[in-house]
Ligand binder design. Structure first.
Ligand code: ATP
Length: 428
């Protein structure tokens, strides 16, 4: 059977992936685990999320489905942060006999949950239409993520994937500061990058795979295959780990991006890949956030933003000029595209105008007075007008990304891009 779970945590603690790891170990009493557990990231703009909008799915071969269901539900009741208003757990159970029937329906539901906004009643009516066994706690919003995670498990070939090794803290340490040796993360990165990524942020000298919240995660190593993430995790020195799990995941795949044909079709709470031309000089506002508009071929405009946490990425953005042709990836909230990646396709020519130079003494001439052209002060040589030339841009075409410390879970890191037609500038 396939078990989907979502929405068990709050800002004060827990994490649905921890519950997944715990159940993965405990459910072996009732059967055999059939594949790696799934960690599915859903629409990153959903306001109900606690942190990264994750849902989890497990696959188990069992002759005791009732016992499995009872165990999963009792663990959710025991561990979910029900007291938090935003915690509305959901669990979905799919029996093997229903796999084929539900595969296309839940495959589509997964795509919608990653790219669109779904109402709870849609999840509930799908559950009743297909007679799916499920349990929603409180308002049952977690059923959306739980169904989507089951859809991912039913359609493993339908989506690009990466892996994450998640290590969990011993219970008595939850809520205390994490004891980890910073240098061991840099060592693991040196040994395993670029097959692992987002362990550290080299430019900003930060360890980025250790959370700061009260949840049970000690660290998570992301990478291209289960072996490499496990190898990197084995190099980490720190407090004892209670348990770990290697998840197959849609993190780092850009699965959230819709391709927008034009600006008129983009909507809030959706993420896009969008082509346009920079239409004004980027402006830095108080707080260090950078904004600029792009225009499409129909003349529509949208504001684009890179916020202060994107650090050095803003230096690239500040160098853009009106006329530059770009393809942007990012999420739209409040009619503003929050940039995750930028492909600079074509740079507008930069023309500089300056006073002519004296051919003899090589110095710039000075104005000879209004409407009187220019004159060299030293030798008296004259010229009628300023000279205009095309200067080199301090920017190259190619693909740029925000640094690891600002990366969205779903955003595909440039180390995973296999594009040889353009320059690729991974930001670490
Ligand atoms: P957790 O570790 O508990 O999963 P989280 O940060 O992943 O924490 P949730 O607490 O799961 O976030 O909250 C997200 C909620 O939004 C869940 O109830 C989920 O079912 C719901 N949700 C996810 N994707 C969508 C979507 N596309 N449309 C509407 N609701 C969604």
């Amino acid at each position: 059977m396939i078990i989907g779970i979502d929405d068990t945590d709050s800002n004060e603690g827990m994490c649905t992936t921890y519950l997944g790891a715990l159940l993965l170990d405990e459910l072996q009493a009732y059967g055999t685990v059939e594949s790696l557990p799934l960690l599915v990231r859903l629409n990153p703009t959903i306001p109900y999320k606690t942190r990264g909008n994750a849902a989890v799915a497990l696959k188990l071969k069992t002759d005791f489905p009732e016992k499995v269901i009872a165990h999963v539900l009792s663990r959710i009741e025991e561990l979910a942060r029900m007291e938090c208003e935003k915690t509305n757990p959901g669990a979905v159970f799919i029996l093997e006999k229903d796999y084929e029937n539900l595969k296309p329906v839940l495959g589509n539901f997964l795509k919608e949950a990653v790219r669109d906004v779904i109402e709870i009643r849609k999840a509930k009516s799908l559950i009743s239409k297909f007679g799916i066994f499920s349990k929603g706690f409180k308002n049952g919003r977690g059923l959306i993520g739980a169904l989507a995670a089951c859809g991912a498990m039913l359609n493993p070939e339908e989506w690009d994937h990466t892996f994450e090794h998640l290590a969990y803290r011993q219970k008595e340490k939850w809520g205390t500061s994490r004891e980890v040796e910073k240098e061991s993360f840099f060592e693991a990165d040196r040994e395993t990058y670029p097959e692992t990524w987002d362990t550290v942020d080299i430019t900003n000298r930060l360890v980025v795979c250790v959370p700061h919240s009260a949840d049970p995660v000690l660290f998570g190593i992301r990478g291209e295959n289960p072996e490499i993430v496990t190898r990197a995790a084995g190099m980490i020195r720190g407090e004892p780990v209670e348990r770990f799990a290697v998840y197959r995941t849609n993190q780092g795949t850009d699965m959230h991006l819709l391709s927008a044909a034009n600006i008129a079709e983009i909507q809030d709470m959706h993420s896009y890949k969008l082509e346009g031309t920079v239409s004004a000089v980027p402006k830095t506002i108080c707080g260090g956030h950078v904004f600029f508009p792009i225009r499409d071929e129909r003349g529509d405009e949208v504001d684009c933003a890179t916020f202060e946490p994107t650090k050095n990425f803003r230096e690239i953005v500040r160098k853009l000029m009106p006329g530059d042709k770009v393809i942007l990836s990012g999420s739209v909230t409040s009619r503003t595209l929050n940039i995750e990646k930028i492909e600079i396709k074509k740079l507008a020519p930069l023309y500089i105008e300056e006073n002519p130079k004296c051919p003899d003494c090589k110095k710039h001439m000075k104005s000879a007075g209004q409407g009187q052209g220019f004159r060299c002060r030293k030798c008296g040589t004259q010229a009628s007008s300023k000279i205009r030339y095309e200067a080199e841009r301090d920017l190259e075409t190619g693909l740029y990304e925000v640094p690891p410390c600002a990366r969205r879970h779903l955003a595909k890191p440039l180390v995973r891009e296999k594009r040889y037609d353009i320059g690729i500038y991974p930001s670490r």
